[in-house]
Design a protein around this ligand. Structure first.
Ligand code: NDP
Length: 293
């Protein structure tokens, strides 16, 4: 079978690489904190790469790192050792402009394909192997090669367009996600002041046209329970909103998403590096002087 590799065994990558290892007998994993790679090998039968260069034999190499910055640092260390026509796939939620630049320069220097394929579905979707992938690719040949590997952890792969298109769609998706969450929180706080119980309001809204994934799942499961622990870090969401704001510059008349993307930056500053993205609701509650309960 194909030789595959995975870099970045975090909240998302750990399980994505697990699904890959279950269907590929030759699956190498590398993680900055090596203990996680050793644990992965125990749990899923992957093989641990000691050094990044050990990944050189991979035909398809997947990254799931925080930002394009880490993507670039790591790919520059590995790409010179990869075979021509090998594919590096960034499942990181990255920046379209960096991805485009990397894709062109890696192809030119090493004959290596660099595709963007960010994911949606959260840690639970990663564990279930039911993620949605947003693919950006300039090469039909590369797309064909990576699809079966992506399908090990994705239920749905949408080819969004050329290099960078996947990362652009993902940024807009995440801006919509957190905006829907903040909209729901504002609505519930106002209704609560009128004497409407938030869970009653959600019951009505979720049978109505204002519902969203946030009103159906995140608000009841993370906010009403006061759990605030979905598993996606607020600084990563703030990074996605910065990327989305860049994408929205294509549309200078846009008002709503740039405004909420800015709010998320401000809210991220109020909380620590490990805060869950659902903490934006805590910022909204603080400003309102009342909790949703
Ligand atoms: P985590 O913080 O859980 O994991 C980050 C991973 O990157 C870890 O393996 C970490 O290694 C590694 N890493 C961090 N910095 C470096 C570095 N400088 N060099 C090498 N490796 C590094 O993040 P997530 O898994 O949550 O997110 C990964 C990507 O997926 C992000 O782009 C995020 O926006 C996106 N995403 C996240 C979702 C979620 O719900 N969590 C959903 C969809 C997309 P170490 O173990 O050593 O820290």
């Amino acid at each position: 079978s194909m030789r595959v590799g995975f870099v970045g065994l975090g909240a998302m990558g750990y399980h994505m690489a697990g699904h890959m290892a279950k269907s590929h007998s030759q699956c190498l994993v590398w993680n900055r904190t090596k203990t996680k790679a050793l644990q992965h090998s125990q749990e899923f039968g992957s093989s641990v790469a000691d050094k990044l260069q050990d990944l050189a034999s991979s035909q398809v190499l997947i990254f799931c790192l925080p930002t394009s910055e880490e993507d670039e640092t790591i790919v520059e260390q590995v790409a010179p050792h990869l075979a021509k026509d090998a594919c590096v796939v960034s499942c990181t939620s990255g920046a379209p402009a960096v991805t485009k630049r990397l894709s062109h320069s890696l192809k030119e220097r090493f004959g290596v394909h660099f595709l963007d394929c960010p994911v949606s579905g959260g840690p639970r979707g990663a564990a279930a192997g039911s993620l949605t992938c947003m693919l950006g690719s300039d090469s039909e040949e590369a797309t064909k090669m990576v699809l079966p590997v992506l399908k090990t952890f994705a239920q749905k792969v949408v080819h969004c367009g050329p290099s960078g298109a996947g990362h652009a769609v993902k940024a807009v998706n995440n801006a919509l996600n957190v905006t829907h969450l903040m909209l729901g929180a504002e609505g519930l706080l106002a209704l609560q002041k009128l004497g409407v119980d938030p869970s009653v309001a959600l019951d009505a809204i979720n049978g109505s046209s204002g519902r969203s994934l946030q009103t159906e799942q995140r608000l009841p499961q993370e906010v009403l329970t006061r759990r605030f622990g979905y598993g996606f870090k607020l600084p990563l969401m703030a990074k996605d909103c910065r990327i989305a704001a860049d994408v929205l510059k294509e549309m200078p008349s846009a008002q709503l998403l740039p405004r909420s993307a800015q709010l998320v930056q401000d809210f991220a500053k109020e909380h620590g590096p490990d805060a869950d993205y659902t903490y934006v609701v805590k910022s909204i509650e603080k400003a309102a002087g009342k909790e949703i309960s």
